[in-house]
Design a protein around this ligand. Structure first.
Ligand code: ATP
Ligand code: MG
Length: 325
C-alpha cells in the first residue's frame, strides 16, 4: 500500500537524512520506525505526507506516485500525530477533533456523533470534555485527543511521530494499550516513530530499525528478538530493552546503594533520585557520561555509575522474567 522505491533525501546543507530506502508497508499494518536520534525517522515519515520531498526515488500509495498527487488532498487522507500534539489552543476539543471532517465537508449530523464516539473510544466523557479548551486538559488527555483527532476523518493512513514520548510511564502504557485496542477495531495503516524498543515490540506488527538513513533490519518483534541481523541490531535491542516486568521496571535510583560524591562541577550530569533505572541509563547514554550525581529534592545525595546501573538492570531481568521469551 505504501512503497518506498530507492528513496533518498539530501538537505541543502548536504546532510543525507535518508539513503536509498526501499520499504513496502502493507494495508492495515502497524509499522514502528526506530533507530538512534538523527537516523532519518521523521524525514522518512514527512515524505509520506509531502511535508518533505525526496531528492531521489519515488513513493507510491496504492500504486500511485505521490509526487503527482496534490498535497492538500493527500494530507486530508493521512492522519498525523506529533509529540507535542499540536492541538489548536483557541479551539475547543470538539472543534479540534472536527477540523478535518469539516474541511472534508462533513455535516454536523455526521461529525458531532463522530466526536463523541472518538472521545468515548479513549475514555474521555464527551459531556465533560467536548467544550473544554486544550489547556484545560492534562498532558495525557491532550495526547489522547491528538490521537483521535488524527483518526477523526477515517484516513486510511496515520503517521505518528513519537506521540507518547512526553508522557509519564503510566499514561504511556495506557495509551499504548488503547492504541493496540483501537487498531484491532479499525485496521488502519499506521507508521509509528518511537525511540523506545519496548514500545515498538509491544505495538508493532513489524519493526523497521534504521541507522544513518538506511534500514538495518525489517522484522516482526519476535524475529527481531530471535534473529537480529547484525551486531548493531543486537546492541540496539540490548540497550533499549528493559526486559523487566512492569513492577521491576519502575524501580527507581532511590532504592540503590549510591557511591559518595567525590567531585562535581557544572558539567556533571544530574539525575533525580525518582528516575527509574532505565531512564537513568538512557540519560547517561544520551550524554555519553559514565557517572552521574543523584539528586533528591534538588540536593545531591550520591553518585552512580553506568556499569552499576547496567548490572542492576541485568539482575532485574533475570529476576523479573523477560518479554517475548
Ligand atoms: N531541514 C533540515 N536541514 C538539514 N538537515 C536536516 C533537516 N532536517 C533534518 N535534518 C538532518 O537529517 C537527519 C535526520 O533527521 P530526522 O529528523 O529525520 O531524524 P530522526 O531519526 O527523526 O531523529 P530523532 O530521533 O532525534 O527525532 C539528521 O542528521 C538531521 O540533523
Ligand atoms: Mg524525529
Amino acid at each position: 500500500m505504501i512503497q518506498f522505491e530507492n528513496v533518498s533525501k539530501q538537505f541543502e546543507d548536504g546532510t543525507k537524512a535518508v539513503d536509498k530506502l526501499n520499504l513496502s508497508i502493507n494495508e492495515g499494518e502497524l509499522i514502528a520506525l526506530i533507530g538512534p536520534s538523527g537516523c532519518g525517522k521523521t524525514t522518512t515519515m514527512k515524505m509520506i505526507n509531502k511535508l518533505l520531498l525526496p531528492t531521489e526515488g519515488s513513493i507510491y500509495i496504492n500504486g500511485e506516485d505521490i509526487s503527482k498527487v496534490d498535497e492538500v488532498k493527500l494530507r486530508r487522507n493521512i492522519g498525523y500525530v506529533i509529540q507535542r500534539i499540536g492541538l489548536l489552543p483557541h479551539m475547543t476539543i470538539e472543534e479540534n477533533i472536527a477540523l478535518i471532517p469539516k474541511l472534508k465537508g462533513w455535516t454536523s449530523e455526521k461529525w458531532k456523533p463522530r466526536v463523541d464516539e472518538l472521545l468515548n473510544l479513549v475514555g474521555l466523557d464527551p459531556n465533560t470534555f467536548r467544550h473544554r479548551y486544550p489547556l484545560e486538559l492534562s498532558g495525557g488527555q491532550q495526547q489522547r485527543v491528538g490521537v483521535i483527532r488524527a483518526l477523526a476523518a477515517e484516513p486510511p493512513i496515520i503517521l505518528m511521530d513519537e506521540p507518547f514520548s512526553a508522557l509519564d510511564p503510566i499514561s504511556r502504557e495506557q495509551l499504548q494499550d488503547e492504541l493496540k485496542r483501537i487498531q484491532e477495531q479499525i485496521h488502519k495503516t499506521i507508521i509509528f516513530v518511537t525511540h523506545d524498543m519496548d514500545e515498538a515490540l509491544k505495538i508493532a506488527d513489524r519493526i523497521v530499525l534504521m541507522r544513518e538513513g538506511r534500514i538495518e533490519q525489517i522484522a516482526t518483534p519476535d524475529e527481531l528478538l530471535q534473529s537480529p541481523a547484525n551486531t548493531f541490531v543486537e546492541d540496539f535491542i540490548g540497550v533499549h530493552r528493559r526486559g523487566v516486568s512492569e513492577n521491576k521496571e519502575m524501580k527507581t535510583i532511590e532504592s540503590l546503594d549510591l557511591l559518595p560524591i567525590s567531585e562535581t562541577n557544572h558539567k556533571t550530569l544530574l539525575i533525580d533520585s525518582k528516575s527509574t533505572i532505565k531512564e537513568a541509563i538512557e540519560l547517561l547514554l544520551t550524554y555519553r557520561a559514565e557517572t552521574a550525581v543523584i539528586q533528591k529534592n534538588d540536593q545531591p545525595i550520591g553518585t552512580i555509575s553506568k556499569d552499576l546501573l547496567l548490572t542492576e538492570l541485568a539482575n532485574l531481568s533475570m529476576k523479573g522474567g523477560t518479554i517475548n521469551e
